[in-house]
Ligand binder design. Structure first.
Ligand code: SF4
Length: 147
């Protein structure tokens, strides 16, 4: 069975988060982790962006790569925070270019309470964000389990 090592970068606004939803979703292959359904998965790194404008994005992937990480996930907080991270699109281009690693936006399914607020605010109303939320949108019952 193919084994994948992933690294998770969280938005620093949630820096005290213990990662419970991300780790649960990874174990269940839910949200953005559903792409690893038939693979062995190891979360080999977990850190924050370092705070706006995300200085740690420049350096953290280097250490992750040394430890065998090939896929970097930006945690769902990048999308559901208000406002969604304004630098995401640049980060998503930077990491593959500099380190040759794949970037996936999102980790666990979007919690329903965030979904409702952002849907009302029409937050994900450009092409980049509307694509970015797709892996973690899930269905309502799944979102409710992550509330
Ligand atoms: S909004 Fe973006 S740059 Fe700012 S703390 Fe969150 S992830 Fe980092």
């Amino acid at each position: 069975m193919k084994k994948i090592k992933v690294g998770i970068i969280i938005c620093d606004r949630y820096k005290t988060c213990a990662g419970g939803k991300c780790f649960r979703a990874a174990a269940n292959r839910e949200g953005a982790f559903s792409i690893y359904k038939d693979m062995e998965l190891e979360i080999a790194a977990f850190t924050t962006c370092g705070g706006c404008p995300g200085g740690n994005i420049e350096y953290a992937p280097e250490e992750m790569k040394k430890n065998g990480v090939t896929h970097v996930h930006f945690a769902t907080g990048f999308i559901v925070g208000y406002p969604p991270c304004p630098y995401m699109e640049q980060f998503k281009k930077f990491i593959p270019e500099k380190y040759g690693m794949e970037v996936i936006i999102g980790t666990h399914p979007i919690p329903q309470k965030y979904y409702v607020t952002h849907a009302r605010l029409n937050s994900w109303n450009n092409e980049f964000l509307s694509e970015s939320v797709k892996p973690t949108l899930a269905d309502e019952s799944t979102r409710l389990r992550y509330d």
